[in-house]
Structure formats: C-alpha cells, structure tokens
Design a protein around this ligand. Sequence first.
Ligand code: ANZ
Length: 945
Amino acid sequence: MPRYNPATIEPKWQQYWDQHQTFKTPDMPVGEKLYVLDMFPYPSGSGLHVGHPEGYTATDIVCRFERMRGKSVLHPMGFDAFGLPAEEHAIRTNKHPRLTTEENVATFTKQLKMLGFSYDWSRVLSTTDVEYFKWTQWIFLELFDTWFDHETGKGRPIAELPIPVEVKAEGERAVQQYQDEHRLAYQSYAPVNWCPKLGTVLANEEVIDGKSEVGGHPVIRLPLRQWMLRITAYADRLEKDLDQVNWPEGIKKLQRDWIGRSVGAEVDFYIGPAAEFSNWGCSRSKTKFPRKPDDNVLRIYTTRPDTLFGATYMVIAPEHPFVAHLTTPAQQAAVTAYCEKAASKSDRERQEDTKKKTGVFTGSTAINPVNGQPVPIWVADYVLWGYGTGAIMAVPAHDERDFEFAQTFDLPVIAVVDPGDNDEVDRREVLAGKVCSTIDGVSCNSGPYNGLMTGEFKRRITADLSGAGLGREAVNYKLRDWLFSRQRFWGEPFPILHEVDAADKPTGVIRAVSQVDLPVDLPHIEEFKPTGTPEPPLSKAPISWLYPEINGQRYVRETNTMPQWAGSCWYYLRFIDVRNGQVFIDREKEKAWMPVDLYVGGAEHAVLHLLYSRFWHKVLFDRGHVSTAEPFKSLINQGMILGEVEFTGYVRAGGAFVSAAEVTDDDEGNAIVKVSGEAVTPQKINADDVEKKGDSFVLKADPSIRIESRAFKMSKSRGNVINPDDVVKGHGADSLRLYEMFMGPLPATKPWSMAGVSGVRGFLDRAWRLIVEDRADDLVLSSTLQDVEPTEEQARTLHKTIKQVTRDIDNKDFNTAIARMMEFTNFFTKQTVRPRSVMKSFVLILSPFAPHIAEELWQLLGGKTTLAYEPWPTFDEALTKDAEIEIPVQILGKLRGKVVVPAGSDQDTILAAAQADPRIAELLTGKTIVKSIVVPGKLVNFVVK
Ligand code: ANZ
C-alpha cells in the first residue's frame, strides 16, 4: 500500500479540487492577470487521443506555476461541438446530433478531469449551447450591420454608409440593396464546390482532384446562393498586425502567404481596330484612371508592368464577362465547349503547375497601350476569374505559365529583360526566346525604356501609364472572401429572414432577426439526411419555424447554417463572462482579461481558425466591443505525436536478412539490393529483437544487419493509436503528463514510446520513495527525512534545480525541466539524510508537472490544504553556482593531474592554475608547449614537443 499508487491518489485529489473549487477564477483578476487558452477540442465519438493532453499539459504547467507565483490565472475549457461527424452519426443511427454531442462532451469532460488539468470548470461552454450560439448569431448580426470604410480602414455601422444620390433617387429598395452589397456579411451567387453525396458545399481546400477530401465523393461546380464574409476588406490589417503578436515566424509566414499581398499595376488594353487606338489613347490621357472599364477596354492585373513590351498574347478567364463579345463566330463552338469544361474544375486544379496548359483563341485582338501592337486574346483556365481582374497580359519570356502556354500553342516569345550573366539561366537562350527567365535585370526590346533596371522600370511605367489614364498601381490579395454557409443541419442557424410574397416566393428583401428574438434555435426535424439537392435540411423544418410573420409581413427563415469555424471564432471572449445573459461579454471584464496571453494548439489551425478569429476580433474592435486589436498575444503550436517507432528488415528469397544500408527502391518503389538488383521483401521486426548501434538500429542476433526505423502518424488503420485511458490505467495521469512533456520540445514532432512512459513512472516512484517509507504497511514518512539544515551540497543541488526549473518553465522547455528534477531525485536518492525543507521545495516545483503525487506528498509533509497557491520556491543565486570545481589536466591527452578552481573561471585563470600546479609544472619543464586547449569547467590539455 505505501508504494506509490496513482490509482488511489489521483481520483482523491481530483475530487478534492472539484469539491473545493480550487481553480475557480474570480470574475475580475486580483493582481496581475494571465489568460492561458487551449484550442478547445471537437468532442468526437472516439474520445481524447494522446495529442490532446500534449498541449493541455503544457498550458496546465504554466497555469499552476503562475498561480504559485501569485498571478490571477484564467484557464478555461470548452467544446467545439457543431459539425459534420455528429450529423453523419445521426443519419446512420437516427439519434439526434444533440444527444450524440452531449454524450461525447460528457466522455471528454471525464477524460480531461482524469488528467488533473486545473481548468475553471464553472466556465465550461459548448458552441452548441443555445445560450452560446445566441451570441454567435449576435456577432453575425454585427457583421451584417457593418460596412468597411476604405478611407479610414475601419468597419462602421451600415447606417453610416454614404448613399450615392443616384441610388437615393431610386428609392428605399435601391438604398437597401446598396447597403446589402456593402455589408461584411453578404449573399453571393458564386460557383461553389457542391458535393451531392455529402450534401454540402466544400471549401477549395476540401476538394482534391474533383473529389471531396472526406469520403472521395464527386464534386461539381454550381452557382449557389451563399453567405459570404468580407474578410478581404481586412486583408491589409490582418497582414500588418501580425507584427504586433509574439507568434512563431513560421506561422506568421503561413498567414502572410495565405493573405498573399501582391503589388502591381492594372493596365487597360484597347479592344478594337488598331486604327482607332491612337485616338483612344489621346482622348484617354485626360480621363482619370480608374474609369469604369467599358466594353472597349480589357483591364489586366500584372506584377510586372516592366514586361509590357513582351506581351505577345492575352488571356481572359473562362468566366470573364467579355468572353461572349470577344469570341468571333468562327471560334464560337470551340470557346463555348472550352468554357463548359473549365466550369467543372476547382480553382486549385486549374492552377496546378503539373497540368498541361489548355486554352482557346477568341478570334479577337487588343492593342498594347505601350506600343500600339495588336495582341491576340485567348481564353484559358489557368487565369482565374476571382483574382486581379480575371485577365492578364501574357509574357512568355518571363513567366513560366505563359511560357508553357506559348510552347503549347506556338505563340511568339519576346525577351524584354536581359538577366545579364548569372548562375540561374543562360542569358543567350533567354534573349533568343528559347527559355523563360523570371529574374530581374536590365530592360531591352522596350523602346524608350531600354536600359532600365527592373524595379526602376516598374515605377516609371506605372507612373507614365497613370499619367496617361491607362493604368494605376494596384494591390491584390490571394485571400478570398469567406464562404460562410453550409447546407447542413448541425450548425448555428442564421438570424436572417427573407421577405416572401403571397406565393411564399422570396422578394429579395432581407432583414435581421431582432436582438430580442435571439437565439434562433434549431427546429425539431425528423430527417437529418441531406436532401441530395442544394436545399438544406432546414428547408424541411415545421412551417411554424420556417415562416414567421412580423407586423403582418410573412418571411421565410434562412435555411443554411453557419460553418463549424463560426463557434471557434470567439469562444475565448465568452470564457471571460460565460453566463452573461445581457451582453456577449461585459466590457470591464473584457478589458481586464484580454488579450489571451498564451494560446496553445495544433499546427493544423495555423491558418484558417486563427485568421477567421482575428478577423471577427477586428470587426468587434472596430465596433467598440473589445479593447485590443489582436486576440492572441503569444502562440505555440504543439508538435504531432506519432505512433511507436516501427522496425523493418529486408529478407532475401532464401530467408536471409540483408542490411538496410544495401537496399534501395527500384522505379516502381519495390525494395531491391543496390548492387545486384535482387528483389527483397520488407518484414516487420519486433522491437525486442532490435538494438541501437550508434545512430542506427541493428538486429540483436546479428549486429551486422541494419534495420530501418520509422514512426508513422497514429491511425486506426495502422493500429498504432495510443489511448490515454490505457496509459492512465497502467501508469497514472501524472506519468502520462510527465511523459508527454518529456518526449521532447513542445513544438517538435515526436514518436510515442511505452518504454518512455515506464521511464518517467520510474522517476515518480523514486520521487515518492524520497519521502515515503517504502516497505511500511502504512503511509509513513521515510526515516531519512529530518528537520535539519541541508548540507552545502544539498542546498546547492536544491537551489540549482529551482533556478533551472523556473527558467525552463518560463521558456516552455518542459522536457529539460523534467530532466533537472530527475537529476535532483538521483542525487537525493543517495543521501541518507534528507532535510524536510528541501523535500517540501522539491514537491512544490514538481507539482505543476505531476500535481496529484505532489499534493499527496505535500499533505504527508504536513500541508493542510492544497499546494496550488503555495508560493513558488525561490532560490539563492549564490548557491546556484558551484563554489569550486576540479578540472583534469592532460599532457598530450594523458591525465596528469587535477586542479581546483573557482566555478565559472575563465580560460586564462584555468590555464594559469594548471601551469602553477607543482606536479604539472614539473612535467612541463624542458618541453615546448605547442598549444594549450582549455575547455572551461571541463579540462585542460597541453600539446607539447
Ligand atoms: C504579366 C507578367 C509578366 C506577370 C511576368 C508575371 C510575370 P501574384 O499576384 O504575385 O500572384 N495573373 C494576374 N491575374 C491573374 C489571374 N486572375 N489568374 C492567373 N494569373 C494571374 O502574380 C500576379 C501575376 O499573375 C500577374 O503578373 C499576372 O501575370 C498573373 F514576367 O503579368 B503577370
């Protein structure tokens, strides 16, 4: 019994914390605040996996540590519970998604509590709680009520949108429509990726080779009415404000690339007979750019206006509205067929570099504004309608895609940038139009602009075009507006009503549900199945829900639902004021707790979730609801945990092993012996039959045979999934927590190892035995424990450990902190007298990592209540340095003596001490010192002749 037994200790302390509400956070911080947030989980049916506790343990250590340092810590947990799997489950089992979700939430809660995380459970929320999504709907209405003022760069109430006089003159309906077109939440009829089998639209990222990423079902392109959020209006701020946050550079770069800011120029090409062009050009010089492009102008976007003289053809996207009138009768059939085919492809497929370029000539030409040359206009799907102006000038000499296209269709290539002599491309080949060069250089074949450097040319020509009314500088973003509606049941209903006429047909007029009528709850429906058509399941809701009447006017509710991203956009705000029924968050509380000081979660959310929530936050900021421009001050992405390392050996036909070093893959990926080409078969090897030799693994039975080792992503199909419940059952939650942190640096990808778990369990057993009598029948303190002052060596060990663990937690180097505590334990295991005060300090620094065992030991050492708010042990700097150390002295690599020097001595001091040592001095007499090597703290070596 007195042996360390997590199975009894852990539930005992979990119950204690629960009963005493140990981690309940006050409404307002008392003293310095710290808000530490985990990315809340999706409560899936399969329960927690070992990836969850990785980040959660890391944040829990920080929270427990900072509470002991006196900070007021907010550390909440909740559930991102809307989404497809619960609904799919409902379809299969006919069980309401709410029931499934509640069951899963209960399982997750139990599992999280079993791991001893110090969450304030009184703040728990689920995005599916009606009282939560009421406010998600309210925020949507704020977006609906906001337009983006490009002058001030801010979102403002729609009532403040200036209405042009001509619109006003058309009446109220026109004004309303004008407003609707400017809202941050608006409807669009864009072509979307529609998956009939899943019954929903999919984002571009969710479509691979024309099939849904989930399930591999066919996806078609359909124009559908969708809700969109105008995130593009915030592109600039979303990019710039990344400078304000303390995030890993890698994630900032991912976000910047996703936003994809590009600076270039828009240029107008005249479409029509060349003879009319000179007139057009002259008359335009007085026209201010931008004028509304009319049918005579094809406007393009380019990042390389310096290559205008090399434009040998133009391309418009298949969706470009000019396709019809640019296509000549002779080309009609070919163009129509081409455009129809392009319509079925997603943007991603169209841009794939590996695909051969396709296209078709329209039969028309445009006039290049810089030299009056006619340029043929093609339709090709590598140009996207949604980017820039949907039309380009093609410069095959300096753009890879254009070059490929020109090769395919035998179009001229004119070099206009001389790359000079360089390592990347052959200059002569470039100038001869034989290869494409994208590097900067000096302009040529460019008339009056010859001889300019690329950057200077860009500036000059942009200014000249602008002066002539033919172009202007333009900025574009890769970021697209956010497609915000799904044709599914299990999501937040939109708080939007569509006015209908007497025949229940929508009139096109929409209105927001008034705030007093929020939440719009999900209606009861019998059938969750997607309809197979783009009609959402909610269109089959009871009439009473579907058709509300306000002041005698009949409406139909919006039947799309919000995507799963919605709920996770703002949950960090609600945690601060989780039960407020009046507002989504109290202003004072928001000011007191925001921003989130540390946010930890998976790298899979590095782009979309973080971008979406930053966007919502900025809108709330502009509308005066929150006080900070950015929500998450610092961020860490935990690394992925892979399955146990697997070993593979290679066997010849006769059954003999071949060393992995001699094996390679043939063209088809089959294993063969490098020298002979003989086929060999990979065979899984048991970990017990393998041992480590240097950096590689070999067969125990024959160490000359090298074995391959590899860790794979955990997956059901590989059978390498580790269930945290099993680990807790076998070794306890404290061991699981410790192991997850001991595996390696938090952001690193790491393979699981059960042997590693046993290893940290061994450490906890030893830590226990430092304090508890091992073989007694009762829990009694070890007889080595005494109320004495520590010896100097003991004090130094303690103070060094405190210093290092403190610093390591501050730096989030949890693995090294654990290693320090292991060293401490090893040292004190050998001590026959252990001062009680030292053991108490040790228990305190162990507690953030392994809180259950620490609480138990604390109690045994006389603690009356939880140690959660005990002051963090301090250290004496002087004691953290070794007073004196012994340094071995070598002559020609042979140990000849030892000198004692003050710890931390520099090279010169150590060298002087070594030379002054009588024995060494004697051995050096008569010799010439060729070189003296000093490794401070470690050794001195004299190379002599
Ligand atoms: C002429 C040119 C010459 C271009 C050259 C590049 C190199 P970013 O913004 O960096 O991605 N482009 C413009 N609109 C496009 C669209 N809708 N679909 C596909 N391609 C489009 O790149 C902008 C460049 O991508 C533009 O500059 C244009 O090609 C092409 F030596 O214009 B460039």
